[in-house]
Ligand binder design. Structure first.
Ligand code: ADP
Length: 447
């Protein structure tokens, strides 16, 4: 084979099918002169061209098959990954929901903030205190307290590890709080860098104040008659030593002072006794007519002194109430005594008991059995509306001097309120200035 022919074949193989066909046609057309050998070369070239085409197609097919398999594999992997990503996102959302639910269960208000003082989370207790705040709202928009905001800055900047601030919130309801501010060592997811936790001391501070007021009031009440007694004794030992008339007068006054102190001590003891048992309601049946008649009889002397008529109105078949006879006697003694004491000279005090269907909602009655109401009405000067909510506080008096003159301790209605609470009953006070006052007690009837 000449050099030219082998060159054709190599070229044909390189050019592929179309090149080979073109070359073969050239040869056949005599462009390349070669006689019989030319025809043989043409056949060889054509066979070579066909072979080359077949090889290429096979190679292409193999490449295509591999590529398709790879693409399929890759797309399966993508589907798998996106499913895993979806599951991860769901887990994350679930975890966040869980964290939020746990923080919502905390009784203490909690706010989590980021570096820019934007709120990232505010739990339920904090929402109750400051109102709801969407994530991203500035802390200053819910808590306008310069000292807290400055401390937050100091904690975030690392100037202080953590700090505690006492604050009073005047609105919507006056509150006494302690706010603890602490930064996290590293930011939490969501960019949270610090937490503010609040503790509400409103109730304990109120109780503390009440206790201090009570001790101060009780001491004051006892000190006054004691000082008077001291003065009289001094006078009797000194200037009035030989004055029989003055001695008799002073001793009468001294006896009144001792009586006042005794009443006060007795009332204080009653109050503390009722407070101790307040959580265990009594369960004896008590006959109201028996108790009311006994109380009225014991106060007859006082009623006569004021020319006061005491009426008892009792329907037939009034059921017994559930209670403690001694304590119910004390309630009615205090209320009827007040009605006589503060009532009109020559007036009427009316005591009326009834089985009723409903207790007024304002009374706070929570009992399930049917109630019996006992209303004590007087024709006294009445009580101005602004005093009514405070009347059952210890030592609260509308007119302290008048109460003391009349032998009052300022504890009678406080005792009534505690006994009523122990009986799971209710008390309402209605008064019209210039007309009179009605104290109504509601007690559970025995079914
Ligand atoms: P006190 O020993 O002073 O009577 P209470 O606790 O029984 O104490 O009553 C508190 C105050 O309520 C009294 O000081 C009086 O100002 C007022 N009060 C109570 N009952 C009546 C009433 N029936 N009419 C007018 N004021 C009353």
């Amino acid at each position: 084979m000449s050099k030219a022919y082998s060159g054709f074949i190599v070229t044909a193989l390189r050019l592929g099918a179309s090149g080979l066909v073109a070359l073969a046609l050239l040869l056949a057309g005599g462009q390349v002169t070669a006689g019989g050998a030319g025809a043989g070369i043409l056949v060889i070239a054509l066979v070579a061209a066909v072979l080359a085409q077949l090889m290429r197609r096979q190679r292409n097919q193999a490449v295509e098959t591999t590529a398709v398999a790879e693409i399929e594999e890759a797309s399966e992997a993508v589907v798998r990954l996106s499913a895993q990503l979806g599951a991860l996102r769901k887990d994350k959302a679930e975890a966040e929901r869980g964290h939020r639910a746990v923080l919502d269960l905390l009784p203490d208000p909690l706010i989590l903030i980021d570096r820019d003082h934007a709120i990232r989370l505010i739990n339920r207790a904090a929402r109750g205190l400051f109102g709801d705040a969407a994530p991203g709202r500035p802390l200053a928009s819910v808590l306008r307290h310069p000292e807290v905001l400055e401390s937050v800055d100091a904690v975030i900047l690392g100037e202080e590890a953590e700090t505690e601030i006492e604050l009073s919130l005047p609105v919507p309801v006056a509150r006494e709080l302690t706010c603890s501010i602490a930064a996290f060592e590293r930011p939490l997811p969501g960019g949270v860098v610090a937490a503010l936790v609040f503790r509400d001391h409103t109730q304990s501070k109120r109780v503390e104040r009440m206790r201090a007021d009570f001790v101060a009031n009780a001491s004051h009440e006892i000190r006054t008659p004691l000082a008077a007694l001291g003065g009289y004794i001094e006078t009797l030992l000194g200037p009035a030593k030989d004055d029989a008339v003055a001695r008799a007068r002073f001793l009468t006054t001294m006896a009144a002072q001792v009586e006042r102190m005794t009443r006060l001590v007795n009332d204080l003891l009653s109050l503390s006794r009722v407070e101790l048992t307040e959580h265990t309601p009594p369960d004896d049946p008590v006959s109201l007519p028996v108790v009311l008649r006994r109380v009225v009889q014991s106060l007859e002397f006082r009623a006569q002194a004021k020319d006061c008529k005491v009426e008892i109105v009792l329907p037939d078949g009034l059921p017994a109430v559930i209670g403690d006879e001694g304590e119910l006697e004390q309630i009615f003694t205090n209320l009827i005594d007040n009605a006589i004491k503060y009532g009109r000279q020559g007036g009427v005090v009316r005591i009326e008991a009834r089985l009723i269907d409903h207790v007024p909602a304002r009374s706070g009655w929570t009992g399930e059995s049917r109630p019996v109401s006992i209303a004590i009405t007087d024709q006294g000067p009445g009580i101005a509306r602004e005093h009514l909510p405070r009347l059952t506080e210890r030592f609260y008096r509308v007119d302290a001097a008048r109460s003391r003159d009349l032998g009052g301790t300022g504890l009678g209605l406080a005792i009534v309120k505690h006994i009523v609470n122990r009986h799971r009953g209710a008390l309402t006070i209605d008064s019209t200035v210039g007309v009179g006052t009605v104290f109504t007690i509601y007690l559970p009837a025995r079914s």
